[in-house]
Design a protein. Structure first.
Length: 323
């Protein structure tokens, strides 16, 4: 019964005998239990170490038990604390195990690549090999041709039936000239959503390999990490799916025609941009129009929907199934 506390069968027998006959010597307990005197002395020493018993200074020494409600409760609490500490060590031990596993099979888990344009080269290589599904996180980029590479590489994939889902950081939509390229990808079949903020850039191909940058744009040398089939890759997929569930569709799911919405082409275009959370200035840049024209189109949209604010426009558009 007391094995979980670290007592063997013989030690528990000696302890129970001591409870029945406090102030007993080792010889007396040996007689009561029928155990060898040497074994009883060892068991008593262990009971004293566990603070289940106390030894006096008489000769021969006598032993008395500590009240069980105090002694066993305290010992159980110590054991529980030790187990809690062991649980805290699990992440560190797991990391050590995974590091050893990766060391023995490095190509199957992580691969770090460094060099000029290494990210773009591997990006194109992985896309060309993707046959079923592509998942991407797209964070803000200040490159003036941002979006051109995606169209060039992703269009053939969409043409051969690869499912492409992309989550764009809201700030990434503010890059001049970016939105028309993303609209083109949507016309080809890309499913796109917007998140206020993404933790990193990422691409997952066929759920078999992921690529993430591990250097910032300000560093002189570009480095990327490739993640192979592993618990880490599974975690990256889960992160993507979580952001996907919370994201706002960049374009209406059905890519409906303007006809039948009750909106003009200009109003519907503005509605799509408002739904992504873009500000008036960003909408004007994306449409290539002045701020005054952008605000006039927003006002026209709210009037057509019969509401007074941008927020109400979004609610009303969702109610009508326009988004």
């Amino acid at each position: 019964m007391l094995e979980p506390l670290g007592l063997g069968a013989a030690e528990e027998q000696v302890y129970r005998a001591l409870l029945s006959a406090p102030e007993s010597s080792a010889r007396a307990l040996a007689d009561r239990t029928g155990l060898p005197i040497g074994r009883v002395r060892e068991d008593l020493a262990h009971l004293v170490t566990l603070r289940l018993a106390q030894r006096d200074d008489s000769r021969p020494a006598r032993f008395r038990p500590v009240p069980p409600d105090i002694a066993i409760t305290a010992l159980a609490s110590e054991r529980q604390s030790a187990l809690d500490l062991a649980r805290l060590a699990v992440p560190q031990l797991l990391a050590q195990y995974q590091e050893a596993t990766a060391a023995s099979r490095p190509g199957s888990l992580l691969e770090v690549l460094t060099g000029p344009q290494v990210g773009r080269r591997r990006f194109l290589e992985l896309l060309s090999a993707t046959s079923v599904e592509l998942l991407t996180f797209d964070r803000v980029s200040e490159h003036e041709n941002a979006g051109a590479v995606e169209v060039e590489a992703e269009a053939p994939m969409l043409g051969r039936g690869v499912t492409c889902r992309a989550i764009y950081e809201q700030a990434a939509l503010d890059v001049p000239g970016r939105l028309p390229r993303l609209r083109h990808l949507a016309d080809l079949g890309e499913q796109a959503r917007v998140a206020p903020r993404l933790p990193f850039k990422m691409m997952i191909c066929d759920r078999k390999r992921a690529m993430l940058p591990i250097t910032t744009a300000s560093t002189g040398t570009e480095s990327v990490v490739l993640v192979g089939p592993s618990a880490l890759l599974d975690g990256l997929v889960e992160i993507f799916e979580g952001y996907w569930q919370r994201g706002t569709p960049l374009w209406s799911g059905a890519r409906r025609e303007v006809e039948g919405t009750g909106l003009s082409a200009e109003e519907y275009e503005v509605l799509q941009l408002l739904a992504t959370g873009l500000k008036d200035e960003a909408i004007a840049r994306q449409l290539g129009i002045s701020m005054r024209t952008a605000r006039r189109r927003i006002s026209s949209l709210t009037a057509t929907l019969g509401v007074g604010t941008r927020f109400q426009a979004g609610v009303e558009a969702a109610r009508r199934g326009l988004l």
